[in-house]
Design a protein around this ligand. Sequence first.
Ligand SMILES: [Ca+2]
Ligand SMILES: [Ca+2]
Ligand SMILES: [Ca+2]
Length: 136
Amino acid sequence: MLRLLVLSVAITVALSESISTVDVKVKTYFSAMDKDGDGQATYEELTNSVLAMDTDKNKKVIYREYAKATNADPILGRLLFNYLDSDADGHLDDDDITVTFHQFDVDHSGGISVYEFVTAFESMVALVSQAIPQVG
Ligand SMILES: [Ca+2]
Ligand SMILES: [Ca+2]
Ligand SMILES: [Ca+2]
């Protein structure tokens, strides 16, 4: 569970199940990421969940590592990977995590709350779904 990228797994689930089921699963993944259980995913906790996929430990998660860890649908997985790879250099690293973190931490509290996480998810699902006409 902890080796999986929280986001992509939940998004993969999201496209094939109802939104209420998704919310429950997203919250489960959030709990896995929130290791100290304080209800906030800090930058460190988010980083750890991403770098858990970095099998060759070079601090960069390439698509192959990502796909293997998340077991994502090929089309959806690539779309989501590209979304998370904000500087489009082909791998997920600190820069991308920083962008994602600030995007999720809407109230700038320094942590991502469950509410912020679920909300960010729903908009990502909506966004990614638009790129796949046959889904949703
Ligand atoms: Ca925490
Ligand atoms: Ca990148
Ligand atoms: Ca926050």
